[in-house]
Design a protein around this ligand. Structure first.
Ligand code: TYD
Length: 339
């Protein structure tokens, strides 16, 4: 991999994948400075970055990436940007997409503009396989047209296009990664795996949408963060790299694994009304990243899932406080009358 970056602005670094990225970046590049710009919205937690908080190379700025003033300040002296900040939960986007458009589209634009003025060396846009839509057979390559189907994925596609337009128009050195479904420690318990693990540990129902036959391709948060780091440091501006784990599973397979590993009863499985516009299958062809970046996922799904379940078993102190408050409000809205 190429030499260590001088100063990296990580947005959304107190979130799930962003915090894995910061830990990895700071451990592997002992001279690199990190500025973490995070709006500390519901899915962020200072605990996710507690390990690096006292490192003199680390600084934290609380702020919104759509706020040009805050972004301009945070961008000072920055050589590399990694934009993790995003609204990312499909179900929330179905309830209302304004926050998604603000952060994922407007925020990306504001960051690109500030990065252009600063003259950064690299701008890494963290995106998702969901911008490609759903695929019945075969796998998405980076050439696949953008066919996002949810308000969330449409917002991410908008951000990708803004960033690429900044490359085309102004020469901002933009690199995009499109990741598959990510799991692991520190993930807010609204996504499938942490929601079902924590519900199972509490003896609460597991709300399976539709018949549970939908397929996702799973990657561990650390592998995903590593792929992003490879792309940031070794990728070619203007290129897109798919970052996936190569672990395609049905939601029902995941559900049964979680029940087995938590020792919870199959009776907790509750079939609920399907998600509107539910994408049937995601599948990523990651050969370009493997070939051109020399990256590959390293954590087997069996091991990663077992470690993740163990982490949630141990870290009730992390997720129990989350499951009250704002979370409860969303849970009621999303699952009321269904579970
Ligand atoms: P999710 O974790 O929301 O990720 P995404 O929608 O971005 O893929 O959902 C993963 C899969 O799990 C998806 O097919 C929807 C399904 N799912 C359920 O069946 N029940 C749930 O309560 C949730 C949150 C997801």
């Amino acid at each position: 991999m190429s030499s260590s970056p001088k100063r990296v602005l990580v947005t959304g670094g107190a979130g799930f994948i962003g915090s894995h990225f910061i830990r990895l970046l700071m451990a592997e590049h002992p001279t690199t400075e990190v500025v973490n710009l995070d709006a500390m919205t519901y899915a962020a937690s200072h605990e996710n970055v507690a390990e690096v908080a006292d490192d003199p190379r680390y600084s934290f700025v609380e702020g919104d990436i759509a706020d040009a003033e805050v972004v301009a300040k945070a961008m000072q002296g920055v050589t590399h940007v990694a934009n993790f900040a995003a609204e990312s939960h499909v179900d929330r986007s179905i309830h209302g997409a304004v926050d998604f458009i603000r952060t994922d589209v407007l925020g990306t634009y504001v960051l690109c503009e500030a990065a252009r003025k600063e003259g950064v060396e690299r701008f890494l846009q963290v995106s998702t396989d969901e911008v490609y839509g759903s695929i019945d057979q075969g796998s998405f390559t980076e050439e696949h047209p953008l066919e996002p189907s949810s308000p969330y994925s449409a917002s991410k596609a908008g951000g990708d296009l803004q960033a690429l337009a900044y490359m085309h128009t102004f020469g901002l050195p933009v690199i995009i990664t499109r990741g598959s479904n990510t799991y692991g420690p520190n993930q807010y318990p609204e996504k499938l795996i942490p929601l079902f693990v924590t519900n199972a540990l509490d003896g609460q129902k597991l709300p399976v949408y539709g018949d549970g036959s939908q397929v996702r391709d799973w990657i561990h948060g650390r592998d995903h963060a590593n792929g992003i780091l490879y792309a940031l440091l070794g990728g070619t501006p203007g290129e897109v790299y798919n970052i996936g784990g190569g672990n395609e599973r049905t939601n029902m397979w995941i559900t049964k694994q979680i029940l087995e590993q938590t020792g919870a009863s199959e009776e907790l499985i509750t079939y609920v009304e399907d998600r509107l516009g539910h994408d049937v299958r995601y599948s990523l062809d990651t050969s370009k990243a493997q070939r051109e970046l020399g990256w590959k996922p390293e954590i087997s799904f069996d091991q990663g899932l077992a470690d993740t379940v163990a982490w949630y078993k141990e870290r009730r102190d992390w997720w129990e406080p989350i499951k009250s408050g704002e979370y409860k409000e969303f849970y009621e809205k999303q699952y009321a009358g269904k579970v």
